[in-house]
Design a protein around this ligand. Structure first.
Ligand code: MSP
Length: 523
């Protein structure tokens, strides 16, 4: 059912040494919802995620745990990172690990190509390095330490001392790409989104680019520089290349042509790597730059960026164990404007779960199915003559479906959910106003009762389709309860036609629906 339009979308590849927290989970569910949306709309979709396994951070963590770096990352990926995908119901098409041969070999090939094209040279380097960021820090992110780090220079993000590194390095001529990058941002205004991220990137590039150190010789946990095996490739160069190596760069030209270029969704902390260094590397290699980079905001807990190192970390499973994976996905994607920072609190999650999911959507579904069971023996009634109120629902559904698709195209799942929720609200109001329980007492109004319940059930059909990328499990249950599986599988319902009225066929049977969002006990 592909329409031939390619949609390749990626998450950042995560450092496995950190245990997954809700910040990582946020990026992953956003990318998964966007991918599911496009897949279900018939776009030729590919979703990639994975782990970033080289570098000093990993080497030190392994040593501290008394195992080899390979053993260390193997264990963490198996025990924590694969399970995260299940916990959050993520349907990725591939998972790349930077220690896989398919990646390592192609990274060497890419770096060799840049060397052969004259974009890499050897030089001396001395600068302050943050192992947490795996980055030589720019002036603006170096601050004076306090407390135990008094008198030392520390990283503004990690608040940990920086290390002065002095070594012979290979450099990538990033400075040569300043003009071409500025042209790119000018010609393709959507290359970096949102607007605030775009402005930040433009002013950073305008202020001048320095060449980038792309190798390290002080340790060996990395991919060897092909022409000098005393050096390993800088972990960020290695990591960024995952987006290309995973779709056949250097091995499978057909696959690469079909998928590349990608859309990258990243946290704003790693925007510059993706919107400056990465496109410059691709330009140097003569490859297409990404389709776009979308930077989302940070999850804040108690007002601070959530991170494991600052002890504010919350594991996604703590949330899904209580509320389920659908509620996790819905909450983070609806409560935070995608692109801005957002605060997480258990109180807010719990309140939204109760109001929007249990009382709003879940209750609408339960009572509609229950009334069809009670008044029509579980058979979806036909719609008779329609009134202005029924037609208003039909228009709401059509408008919401269109607005949601437009919002997903803009990478705004939050706005898509707001649009879809107009259907939930309208249907709840419609049922209250039309009082099917009162109509049911009057035999003369049976045709009207049928119209009201058909309208509600057909609205739910549209809701199931539109919400399935956001809440795959609950919508699947609803689909079956509506008897809509006669129309085929939910995931095969064409998303861009979800708003066309009349999909649900009268005469089908509904099946009892257990509460979609049961009451939770949070003791
Ligand atoms: N390994 C690099 C990325 C390489 S991509 C070529 C890295 N990894 S990371 O494990 O630190 O996680 C990166 C991503 O996790 C962030 O860009 C962001 O998407 C997500 N988040 C981590 N903490 C977060 C918050 N507190 N809030 C929101 N997202 C956060 O950097």
């Amino acid at each position: 059912m592909s329409n031939g339009r390619s949609f390749y979308i990626t998450t950042p590849i995560y450092y496995p040494s950190d245990l997954p927290h809700i910040g990582h989970g946020y990026t992953s569910v956003a990318v998964d919802a966007l991918a599911r949306w496009h897949r279900q709309a018939g776009d030729d979709t590919w979703m990639l995620t994975g782990t970033d396994e080289h570098g000093q951070k990993m080497l030190r963590a392994a040593a501290a745990n008394g195992v080899t770096p390979q053993e260390w990352v193997d264990r963490l990926v198996q025990e924590s990172w694969f399970p995260l995908l299940e916990t959050l119901d993520v349907a990725n098409d591939d998972f790349i690990r930077t220690t896989q041969p398919r990646h390592e070999e192609r990274v060497q090939q890419f770096v060799q190509a840049l060397y052969d094209r004259g974009y890499i040279y050897a030089g001396e380097y001395e600068a302050l390095y943050c192992v947490g960021c795996e980055e030589f820090k720019p002036e603006a992110e170096i601050v004076d330490g306090t407390g135990p780090f008094e008198g030392l220079k520390v990283c503004a993000i990690h608040s940990k001392p920086l290390e002065l590194l002095q070594e012979k390095n290979y450099f990538f001529k990033l400075s040569e790409f300043q003009d071409r990058l500025l042209e790119l941002y000018r010609d393709e205004p959507d290359f970096v989104r949102p607007e605030s991220a775009r402005n930040e990137v433009i002013s950073f590039v305008r202020s001048g680019l320095k060449d980038l150190s792309i190798s390290r010789s002080a340790f060996d946990w990395g991919i060897r520089v092909p022409w000098d095996d005393t050096h390993v490739i800088y972990v960020w160069v290695d990591a960024l290349l995952n987006y290309a190596t995973a779709v056949g760069y250097g091995t499978d030209p057909e696959q690469f042509a079909r998928r590349w270029p990608a859309y990258h969704v990243v946290g704003k902390d790693i925007l510059r790597f993706h919107a400056v260094i990465w496109p410059a590397m691709l330009m140097a290699a003569g490859l297409d730059v990404p389709r776009g980079v979308f930077a989302h905001g940070w999850l804040l807990v108690g007002g601070e960026k959530m991170s494991k190192s600052k002890l504010t970390g919350i594991a996604p499973q703590e949330i899904t164990d209580v509320f389920g994976s659908d509620a996790y996905r819905f909450y983070f994607l609806s409560a935070i404007a995608f692109g801005q920072d957002g605060s997480f609190s258990w109180e807010d999650l719990s309140a939204r779960y109760q109001a929007e999911l249990a009382n709003g959507f879940g209750n609408l579904a339960s009572r509609t199915v229950a009334m069809i069971e009670r008044y029509f023996d579980g058979v979806v009634p036909p719609s008779a003559e329609t009134t202005e109120a029924d037609e208003r629902i039909q228009r709401t559904v059509a408008d919401a479906a269109e607005a949601a698709d437009a919002a997903m195209e803009r990478f705004r799942p939050d706005e898509a959910i707001t649009a879809i929720w107009t259907i939930v609200d309208a249907l709840n109001g419609y049922i209250t106003e039309n009082e099917p329980w009162a109509l049911a007492k009057d035999d003369g109004r049976r045709a009207r009762l049928g119209t009201v319940l058909y309208t509600a059930a057909e609205g739910l059909r549209a809701l199931a389709v539109l919400l399935s990328p956001i809440m795959p499990a609950a919508t699947e249950k609803l689909w079956v309860a509506l008897g809509a599986d006669a129309l085929g599988r939910l995931v095969d319902q064409p998303l861009r036609e979800a708003g066309t009225w009349g999909g649900l066929r009268p005469g089908g049977s509904v099946n009892g629906l257990a509460p979609l969002f049961p009451r939770v006990d949070q003791s």
